[in-house]
Structure formats: C-alpha cells, structure tokens
Write a protein that binds this ligand. Structure first.
Ligand code: NBP
Length: 494
C-alpha cells in the first residue's frame, strides 16, 4: 500500500462506484478504493481495474492512509442507514479540512443533517446527485454537487473532468457539473431531476398507449414515429431509447417490449419529489400522476380481475382525429413544457424554504448531457432563465408561452380522444388541467373556503377587503354570533 498518494478515495464498488473509478482513472486521477465485501474489490482490481492506477484498500483505515491531504473520500453506497454507518466509521479517521462526499441517491434532508453534523467537526461535506446510470458513470454523468463552497473547490477538478461535456456558450465544451448550492441542494436538484424523469417517461408511455390501442400501430411503426420525433423539438435521450426499445426483437423475432410485464417499479426518488412538493405546497401534478401510474400498474392481478367486471366505452364513440400523430406530438411537447415548469416551481419553492440561492439556468445546463432527461429542450430553459433570472414561471417565458399556445388545440383533441376511448392519459390530461388552472385569475376556491368556514369556522378572506383580514360567517343562523366578524383571533385557525 502506497501512503498519501491517491487523489481520492472511493468506498462502494457496486455498479456506480466501479464505473466512476474507471472514469477518474481515464482522466489521470489516482483513486484508492474499498468495498465492505473485500472480495468484490479484489475481483474489480483483477478485472475491470487491472492495468489502471487504482489502489486497493482492504480496510477503511488503509484507504484513508492512502490519500493525499486534504483527503477526499467519496461514498457510493446504498442510500439510507449505510451512509450514516459509514460516516460513523470514517469520522474518527479524518481530520479538519478533509472532504467527505456522498455520491449516492440520499434524501436531501439527510444530507442537510449530515452536513451540519460534520461541518461542526471541521470536516467538509458534499452531497452530490449523479445521473446517467452505469453508462453515464463510466463515460460522463451529469453531476449536481451541493455542500460547502470550500469542499466544492477541493473536488471541482476531479468531478468536472469526469462529467459529461456539452457544447459551451462561447464555443468549446462545458462540463455538466457545477456547484448548485449549500448542504442538501445537490441532492434536492437530483430529486427534482428524477421527478421530471418520471413525468417524461409517463408521457412517452401514454403516447405509446394511444398509438397502440387508439391507432393500432405495430411496435415497428411506433418506433419509426418516436425516431421521427427525436429529429425534432422532442429530441432527447428518452425518446431515442424508446424508438430503440420498440424496434428491439426477442430471440424469435417478436417485439420484446410486448412480452415485458406491465408493472413498473420505482426506487423512491420520484415519490420523494412528489412528497416534497406536497410539503412545499407546489402543484407538481405531473410527477404525482407518474408516480401513481406506476403504483396502479403494480396492481396487475387486481387490474386483471377488474377488467372482467368494469366496462369502458364500447364501441369506441369517436374515431381518432385526422393527423392524430401530429396532434400527439404537440400534446407530448406541451405536456412536457408543463412538467418542466412544475419542476422549476418545485426548485424555486425549495430555494425559498431552505435558503438556497439556486441558479435555475445553470441547473438546466447541468441536465443537458449525461443524465436521463438530457435533451436540446433544456437549452431553451437555460436561455429563459439567463434572460430573466427571477422568472416567476417558465410558462411565462416567450418561447414556452408561444409553443404551449400553439399546441393547445391539438393537445385538447388528444386528451378528449383518449377520454372518449377510455385510454388513460393521466400525465397529459393533468398537464392540461394545470395549464387551464394556472392561466386563470379566478378559480372556484372561494366555494371551498366557504365550505371550510361553514363546517369548521376556518374563516375566509373577501375580495372587497384587503388581503390578510379574516372573516367568519354563521352560515345557519344557529351559531349565536353575528353573521360576519373580523375577529383576528380566528384568522390563525386555518
Ligand atoms: P447499490 O445502491 O446497490 O449499493 C451497493 C453498495 O453499497 C455495495 O458496494 C455495498 O457493499 C455497499 N454497502 C451497503 Br448495501 N451497505 C453498506 C454498509 N453498511 N457499509 C458499507 N458499504 C455498504 O450500488 P449502486 O447501484 O452502485 O449505487 C450506489 C449509489 O448511487 C446509491 O445510492 C444509488 O441510489 C446511487 N445511484 C445509482 C444509480 C444507478 O444507476 N445504479 C444511478 C445514480 C445514483 P457490499 O458489496 O459489501 O454489499
């Protein structure tokens, strides 16, 4: 074992850890590695890492001893308790000024807690979101680092070297990796990314459903449609792989996709995005629908039983409109705009709540390469925020406003055709409902306030009085008090 020589230590040699280490090695960095099950590390050194400068460490102590100071240690282990356990073992071995990095999919609240705990001990802590799966980790992921600015400076050269690269503003290339904010900001941005990823995937699933059942297209024909979309404004990694998946044949030549069980799993980050949105009061409806659609899909046996009992429209009352495929492309595009608008609403709300000074244009730029939602579309979002950093909502930026408006007639036709045929399109229709709600100065929430005041004396504000004044009415005349009051004590009972 060579002492004080390695640039970085990495613990956790599963799929992500191994590929990140090889990526670091490609870029000239020396990594010392350790894995709890030491035999996995040994087989990595004999296999994928043979011929590289990677240094194996049989214990955590050995790994720490192999690092140059200030030490940089990256954890790539399963999120949750394993991270706390590992931190507990590392802390006694590290010194003030050393940098500990969690590159897993940790919950941002855990990262905030860990950062406070470790920074109090003089250690620096970074919680970084990494997207791109195995391929990204090996050849260039999108990296979303959060934590102390000093810690960021200490790891910037390594993380920016291994990140995906995309064409830069002023020519050349720029890395899809830049500091996003303090403590849990990086992991929060990764959660928002994953939520948006759920929405994008659900929209493509709904388009597939409409083409398959509404138009009766073969997987081959659908593959061609997605490949065509990928040449236009919907160009993205997910549309590209969808075209490839639909064209993929099983060993006997049949389309493999048709043999895959229709029960979609989830590891939790989409649910975290939806839950954070609920807590922050953000209408992140697309992610909510996408998470619920996966949950509904998991009820396979129940759905099979229900299919024998519950009937939909029969025969289909409407034919698909002419030019349905063009309508569908417009509907997917418009709904995608809504989904990203909601995702950035979530980021804005989190920035307010956790006091993060997030740079939305830069976040959009980080997602342009390496990650699952990478697309040209993100460049438009970047421009929108560069032009107006305090943009209240992406939908108000001219590019998005014009495109949603231009798509809306087709979008409405698609949602109506789906409803008429009994084909579920929860993401496309909830996006439309969001658009129709967000663009209205008045919503029927006055009735809801009246109901709340009726049964729970929750009070309401009036349109003919200044905001902040609370009123309560005795709706039945049996309450024994005046019909309306401005009792300030009641204002807090909401
Ligand atoms: P996994 O999430 O499957 O975790 C396996 C690794 O964690 C192994 O190295 C395992 O060691 C180690 N580990 C566990 Br489990 N408990 C431990 C403990 N108490 N102490 C020390 N090590 C422990 O690996 P992964 O799929 O490579 O992902 C790593 C992280 O990156 C996760 O947080 C994941 O959510 C995130 N992520 C994954 C992807 C992806 O595409 N897979 C993408 C982006 C982010 P062992 O070998 O001894 O069991």
């Amino acid at each position: 074992m060579t002492l004080n020589q390695a640039d970085i230590g990495l613990i956790g040699l599963a799929v992500m850890g191994q590929n990140l280490v090889l990526n670091m090695d490609d870029h000239g960095f020396t990594a010392a590695v350790h894995n709890r099950t030491v035999s996995k590390m040994e087989s990595f050194l004999r296999g994928g890492a043979s011929g590289t400068r990677v240094i194996g460490a049989r214990t955590i102590g050995e790994l720490v001893g192999a690092l140059r100071k200030p030490r940089r240690v990256m954890m790539m282990v399963k999120a949750g308790a394993p991270v706390d356990e590992l931190i507990g073992r590392l802390v006694p071995l590290l010194e003030p000024g050393d940098v500990l990095i969690d590159g897993g999919n940790s919950h941002f609240a855990d990262t905030i807690r860990r950062a406070a705990h470790l920074e109090a001990k003089g250690l620096h802590y970074l919680g970084i979101g990494i997207s791109g799966g195995e391929e990204g980790a090996r050849h260039g992921p999108s990296i979303m680092p959060g934590g102390s600015p000093q810690a960021w400076e200490a790891v910037r050269p390594i993380l920016q070297a291994i990140a995906a690269r995309v064409p830069g503003e002023a020519g050349g290339e720029e890395p899809c990796c830049d500091w996003v904010g303090p403590d849990g900001a990086g992991h929060f941005v990764k959660t928002a990314h994953n939520g948006i990823e759920y929405g994008d995937m659900q929209l493509l699933g709904e388009a597939y459903h409409l083409m398959k059942e509404g138009l009766g297209l073969s997987p081959e024909a659908m593959s061609a449609v997605f490949a065509g979309w990928n040449k236009g404004r919907l160009n993205s990694f997910l549309v590209e792989i969808t075209a490839q998946i639909l064209a993929f044949r099983d060993e006997d030549g049949s389309p493999l996709v048709e043999r895959i069980l229709d029960a979609a799993g989830q590891k939790g980050t989409g649910r975290w995005a939806a839950a954070s949105a609920q807590e922050l009061g953000v209408p992140l409806t697309m992610v909510g629908e996408a998470v619920s659609a996966r949950s509904l899909s998991m009820l396979k046996e129940e759905r099979l039983a229900a299919a024998k009992v519950l009937r939909g429209p029969k025969p289909p009352p409407v034919d698909p409109p002419r030019n349905f495929l063009a309508d569908l492309e417009a509907a997917v595009f418009a709904a995608k705009i809504i989904s990203y608008a909601q995702g950035f609403m979530l980021l804005r709300a989190a920035a307010r709540e956790y006091r993060w000074d997030l740079n939305y244009g830069r976040i959009a730029a980080l997602w342009r390469g390496g990650c699952i939602i990478r697309s040209n579309f993100l460049q438009k979002i970047r421009y929108a925020y560069e032009r107006t950093p305090d943009l209240a909502n992406l939908l108000l930026a001219p590019y998005f406003q014009v495109h949603v408006e231009a798509a809306q007639t087709a979008w409405r036709r698609v949602v109506a055709a789906a409803a008429g045929r009994g084909i579920p399109v929860p993401a496309m229709s909830s996006a439309l409902n969001f658009y129709d709600g967000y663009r209205r100065g008045w919503l029927p929430a006055n009735l809801i306030q009246a109901q709340r005041d009726f049964f729970g004396a929750h009070t309401y504000e009036r349109t003919d009085r200044p905001r902040g004044e609370s009123f309560h009415t005795d709706w039945t005349g049996r309450g024994g008090t005046a019909a309306s009051s401005t009792d300030p004590a009641q204002g807090g009972r909401l």
